[in-house]
Structure formats: structure tokens, C-alpha cells
Design a protein around this ligand. Structure first.
Ligand code: FES
Length: 142
């Protein structure tokens, strides 16, 4: 690696870490390599976060937790799935749920809330999943 390449990589790493810190995420997504913006917003949290009452998530639907940048679906009663609510296209925060689909306001990508898969582009990558469990009636993600 040349000095110029090292400088670019270091600057990219610093910018990535700063961006992730602003999102409250870890630097796990700051690996080198990938030339695409897609997938650069993996939702690994530093530590588990409580999202509130599990029953706030409708059965057969989903709920967005904008402040935590999380999307939680409950396809069947007691079966919760959580994903990053950061669009894999260019990083906008998903802002609404329509039935079982979460929608990005920036360019209209739609994601299946129960799988994170792309239902409509321009995004091409699924939302990264996040572990989720219920403890004493509260959803714990991460
Ligand atoms: S940032 Fe979400 S569709 Fe472009």
C-alpha cells in the first residue's frame, strides 16, 4: 500500500467510525474493501437495547423504533424479528410500515418487515437482522 492509499484508507476508516458513532453503532461495518455504499450500515449495536412493550408490535405486522433505528415484526404471535431500520440503498431511515412492508422515504425502497428482504428497489440488499428477545414483556434487541 502506498502512502496515498494508506492516507485514504485511514481517512475512510475515521469517517466511517464517526458516521457509525453518530448512528450509535459499532465500527464492525468499517471493514475495507467494498466499493459500494450498500450494506455499509450494518446494525450491530454495542449492547442490547430495550424497545419497550412487546405487545406494541402488531401480530402480522411491524413497528418502527426510529430513535433506535430498529424495525421489529411479529409475523406470528410471540415470534419477533428485528432488523436495522436504516435503508441499505443510501442510508435513510425507514419511516413507515404499511402492513408487512417497511418503506424508505428517500427513494421508495420497500422491505418485507418479517424477513428484511427487498420488496421493491432501488435497494438491492436486505435489511441486516438484529437478534431480539422478550424479557418480562419487553423487547430487547441486540
Ligand atoms: S436511501 Fe432508501 S431508497 Fe434510497
Amino acid at each position: 500500500m502506498t502512502t496515498s492509499e494508506e492516507s485514504t484508507a485511514t481517512r475512510r476508516t475515521v469517517l466511517c467510525r464517526a458516521a457509525l458513532a453518530a448512528l450509535g453503532l459499532t465500527a464492525a461495518a468499517c471493514g475495507g474493501g467494498g466499493a459500494s455504499d450498500e450494506g455499509s450500515s450494518a446494525p450491530t449495536t454495542d449492547k442490547p437495547v430495550e424497545l419497550g412493550d412487546a405487545e406494541a408490535v402488531p401480530v402480522g405486522g411491524a413497528k418502527l423504533y426510529a430513535d433506535k433505528k430498529m424495525l421489529v415484526a411479529q409475523p406470528k404471535k410471540g415470534d419477533f424479528k428485528a432488523f436495522s431500520a436504516v435503508c441499505t440503498h443510501q442510508g435513510a431511515l425507514l419511516d413507515q410500515v404499511e402492513g408487512e412492508v417497511a418503506v424508505c422515504p428517500r427513494h421508495g425502497s420497500r422491505f418485507q418487515a418479517d424477513t428484511g428482504e427487498v420488496a421493491k428497489g432501488p435497494a438491492t440488499k436486505a435489511l441486516p437482522s438484529v437478534p431480539v428477545k422478550v424479557q418480562k414483556g419487553k423487547l430487547i434487541a441486540g
